[in-house]
Ligand binder design. Structure first.
Ligand code: F6R
Length: 614
């Protein structure tokens, strides 16, 4: 949450920092700001409430000149998102400037002490305490880097910070405490960059040093010195990043989210490439476990948040169906505080497209401390989850810019199905012929996703026009479609701002059916599978109470249209692929409703792409 970008080198910093912030805007877009150090040693600042375009307006009408700059795009925690509370924040002398991502848990206590020492604050943010603390330590005789390092030792919580000092034109300092989202250093030729996320560095360099928690870097135009926060030098290994910058462009679509939905056949292909083999059907995954260890797993726990937690619910079902290992999914934020019973025969799989979600990273840490084996399923190679787990299964979805997850949801489900098939092969839980069929079915998935995307011509616009003014929706499904009902509701909520609840269709009559009325459309996932008859019963219960039903069923299921008000189709497929295909109409329905309502689909209000605070 919050994006940080910095530049030090031979070019003008302002345009580079603003471009960097633009590419990080998915991390927060309540306000933005930049600070640039001029060749005369003056720190200039521009800030604006609201989206990055407001900052661009302010900065272009009155540009800052200098070769060293830092910037910040904010997801507000302390203080409303106005200009005063925008980062960067200064110390009392105006010489030290700081941008910050995280929550400073002991800021009230530090602020009180600083005020007692005569410091005057202009914002209500926690961040402003940091430059004042550095100022105080410099006044006590410490050098700038030492003051930053000692100040960092006094900050509680998890943070990524970057700071400049007007008297140090060749120095940018950045540091990381805990799992508040990463900060990585990009190495250029005679120029250096810092960014919260790796894709923001891609246009400039592929040579990157990601900081680990508890590390600080003193950066000059030729390189950097990395040390731990207790002052011990670190030999930081370089990581080469391979994100494809071209695929991050909008490609003619109105919104990134629509582009990302439409490219799911290709991104599904990327997730499968090199991982399937036929005759007999097998899955190749680079896992850090011996065959014996995989045979001895007694449980699998999937952890994640939001959309990733819905993927986890599917993953647990895949593991039980295919590998016959007891499997559960848990909200990572709850898991980390409930002291779960784990041992070396437990496999904990963390799902995080960003690889930076604070709750999930902490839960992973808990799992490893309890002796469990860990895997990450992530879209970002080199992210914190990638580095923290014993190994990762990469989603290979390419950069996802739309804040609401779409293609990474599909690709995380693919990764989970591959994992389940791999464990099933080792544990001999499915016959070779069945495994070959599953592998073959998976190989057809990209084509089926393409069919699902082109099915229902004209229907989404029609349904959006008919239902987008509804105040609430219910989403219902059974079996593998139950988590898809939850995910469909989440997509609708986050981009259309319409209240929606997703649940097991069986749950409806235990309470939520009281909400059913002609103004509450019900989206029912009812493909022709083993639960079809049950779903028809639940649909009848809704219609008997004057509820309107949009039914999602299998192509060719002719008798269905008379049982619902509106019908959307998905291609016929084996049941294990149904949740992936049924996701498509849920995504498109949410997208078209939000677009019709004129919402900012790619950057919905109050959200951020990487949730790096608890
Ligand atoms: C919703 C969405 C969020 C994320 C959640 C976890 O569309 O994207 O609910 O799924 O914040 O993020 P990751 O997967 O990065 O851990």
């Amino acid at each position: 949450m919050c994006g940080i970008f910095g530049y030090l080198g031979y070019q003008e910093a302002q345009p580079l920092v603003i471009d960097g912030l633009r590419s990080l805007a998915y991390r927060g877009y309540d306000s933005a700001g930049i600070a640039v150090l001029s060749s005369e040693g003056t720190l200039g600042v521009r800030k604006a409430a609201g989206k990055i375009d407001n900052l661009i307006g302010a900065a272009t009408s009155s540009p800052l000149s200098g070769k060293l700059g830092i910037g910040h795009t904010r997801w507000a925690t302390h203080g409303e998102p106005n200009e005063i509370n925008s980062h960067p924040h200064f110390d009392g002398s105006g010489s030290i400037v700081v941008v910050h991502n995280g929550i400073l848990e002991n800021y009230a206590e530090l602020k009180e002490r600083l005020i007692a020492n005569g410091h005057v604050f202009s914002s209500v943010t926690d961040t402003e305490v940091i430059p004042h603390l550095i100022q105080e330590l410099i006044a006590e005789g410490l050098s700038f880097p030492e003051a930053v390092r000692i100040a960092a030792g006094q900050l509680r919580g998890a943070h990524a910070i970057a700071c400049l000092h007007a008297d140090h034109p060749q120095e940018m300092i950045t540091l990381r405490i805990g799992n508040a989202g990463g900060v990585s250093i990009g190495h250029g030729q005679g120029e250096m960059f810092i960014a919260s996320d790796l894709p923001a560095l891609v246009p400039h360099t592929s040579s990157v040093t990601p900081l680990e928690p508890g590390e600080m870097a003193i950066i000059n135009p030729e390189g950097c010195d990395v040390m731990t926060l207790d002052g011990t030098p670190v030999d930081s290994s370089r990581l080469t990043i391979t994100v494809n910058a071209v695929s991050a462009a909008k490609g003619g679509y109105k919104h990134f989210m629509l582009k990302e939905i439409m490219e799911q056949p290709e991104t599904a292909m990327s997730a499968l490439r090199g991982r399937l083999s036929f005759n007999p059907g097998e899955v190749t995954l680079d896992l850090p476990f011996t065959e014996q260890e995989m045979k001895e797993f007694t449980r699998v726990v999937f952890i994640g948040m939001g959309t990733s937690s819905h993927a986890c619910q599917i993953g647990a079902r895949f593991i039980e169906i295919l590998a016959r290992i007891p499997a559960t999914s848990e909200n990572a934020a709850e898991f980390r505080y409930r002291d779960p019973v784990l041992d070396s025969h437990s496999l904990v799989v963390a799902v995080a497209q960003s690889g930076e979600t604070a709750d999930t990273l902490e839960a992973m840490h808990q799992a490893a401390t309890a002796g469990a084996r860990t895997l990450a399923i992530t879209n970002v190679e080199g992210s914190q989850a990638y580095r923290q787990a014993e190994a990762s299964i990469l989603m290979h979805a390419g950069p996802e810019i739309g804040v609401a997850s779409s293609k990474t949801f599909i690709n995380s489900m693919i990764a989970m199905q591959l994992l389940a098939l791999r464990l099933a092969a080792t544990r001999n839980t499915i016959p070779v012929a069945a495994s070959t069929e599953y592998v073959q079915a998976l190989s057809h998935l990209p084509g089926l996703l393409g069919e699902a995307l082109s099915a229902n011509e004209g229907m989404y616009h029609k349904l959006a026009a008919k239902y987008a003014r509804s105040r609430r929706f219910l989403f219902i499904g059974r079996g593998l479609l139950e988590p898809i009902a939850r995910e469909g509701a989440m997509k609708l909520k986050e981009i259309s701002y319409i209240h929606a609840e997703g649940m097991s269709a069986a749950e409806l009559k235990h309470g939520p059916i009281a909400l059913v009325d002609p103004e509450t459309p019900v989206i029912a996932f009812a493909p022709r599978n083993a639960m079809y008859e049950k779903m028809l019963g639940n649909i009848s219960e809704v219609r008997a109470r004057s509820g309107q039903v949009i039914g999602i069923t299998t192509a060719g299921n002719a008798g269905f249209t008379g049982l619902v008000d509106d019908t959307l189709y998905i291609p016929a497929t084996p049941p294990l692929l149904e949740p992936l295909l049924a996701t498509i109409p849920a995504q498109l329905l949410a997208y078209h409703m939000a677009d019709l309502l004129g919402n900012d689909v790619d950057q919905p209000r109050n959200l951020a792409k990487s949730v790096t605070v608890e």
